[in-house]
Design a protein around this ligand. Structure first.
Ligand code: AMP
Ligand code: MN
Ligand code: MN
Ligand code: MN
Length: 283
């Protein structure tokens, strides 16, 4: 490994208006550069449309760019996220697979809106739609922004707690891609599959172990260790999992919007020094 590769300011997880972020792909790449990011990946949910403009801006600023996507997966009734890094964004099987993964979102959004109306939140379909930069991709985040706008909740985390998580009135279960399919699409498009924020899933230790084993057996090569939704203790815990499973490690802010409470681009601590960075090949 090149000296300094591990401590390179790599941020390999972020969202633009092509999914549930608020900055355009070009604005986001420019912000990453301004924040000192040296190797940057855009990873919109189930969508590759932002890659070309983000890459163009990154390259015009002299910043290394990695194409990416965050695929929504249903595994044992749980929603999990798999990042595909370094994918060819023109790959047919990948683009078709993502299109099929996106397809159910509009119907789900309509059902969420009916449930929210019953819970006293009117106009949520149109309200969320207004926030969606990509009409193909209405996400819970867009609903959350609308509900904050209404003044029903003070901030986005509170909207999730009160309305948008399992067991709450605006939560509509959805079947996303199968894990094996997501891994096949990513690998088929020349990418590396990274299990996103493993600390965030509502799985007990045994189930998480089973998920991670299945992910590895299906060709998954890396896990997020340092990320915007991990505490320092979770980063330590998953560094341990990376060692045990022989995974490469990734680092990413999961930045969505200025002022929405998560880590900003490029500001997270570095990876533990003994781990192999997933970006070794691209740095
Ligand atoms: P969806 O793909 O429509 O189910 O929306 C998932 C997105 O909602 C995630 O990518 C996050 O951006 C956001 N999200 C999920 N849980 C929370 C939470 N507890 N607080 C804030 N944002 C969340
Ligand atoms: Mn998101
Ligand atoms: Mn995610
Ligand atoms: Mn994300």
């Amino acid at each position: 490994m090149m000296a300094g590769t591990r401590t390179l300011n790599a941020d390999l997880h972020s969202h633009s208006t092509a999914s549930d972020g608020v900055l355009s792909p070009a604005q986001l790449a420019a912000r990453a550069h301004a924040q000192g990011v040296e190797l940057y990946a855009l990873t919109d949910h189930d969508e590759l449309d932002g890659i070309a403009p983000a890459r163009e801006m990154a390259h015009s600023l002299g910043m290394c760019f990695v194409s990416g996507v965050e695929v929504s997966v249903t595994w044992a009734s749980e929603t999990i996220h798999v990042l595909g890094l370094g994918v060819n964004e023109c790959d047919h099987a990948l683009t078709q697979g993502l299109a099929s993964t996106r397809r159910g979102r509009d119907q789900r959004a309509r059902e969420m809106a009916s449930e929210l109306a019953r819970a006293g939140v009117p106009g949520a379909y149109e309200g969320a739609r207004k926030y969606a930069g990509n009409p193909d991709l209405i996400s819970r985040t867009h609903f959350a922004r609308y509900i904050v706008e209404l003044g029903v909740c003070a901030d986005i985390p509170r909207v999730f707690d009160r309305f948008l998580v399992e067991g709450k009135p605006g939560y509509v279960p959805h079947r996303w891609a199968k894990l094996a399919d997501a891994l096949t699409w990513i690998r088929g498009a020349g990418g590396v599959a990274v299990l996103a924020h493993p600390g965030r899933y509502g799985l007990d230790e045994a189930s998480l172990w089973e998920l991670v084993s299945e992910f590895r057996d299906g060709g998954g090569e890396a896990i997020e260790v340092v990320c915007g939704s991990h505490t320092a203790a979770q980063a330590d815990r998953f560094a341990g999992w990376a060692r045990r499973f022989g995974f490469k490690a990734s680092r990413g802010s999961d930045f969505h919007a200025p002022g929405e409470g998560r880590a900003d681009l490029g500001t997270l601590p570095p990876l533990p020094s003994d781990l192999v960075p997933v970006w070794e090949a691209w740095a």
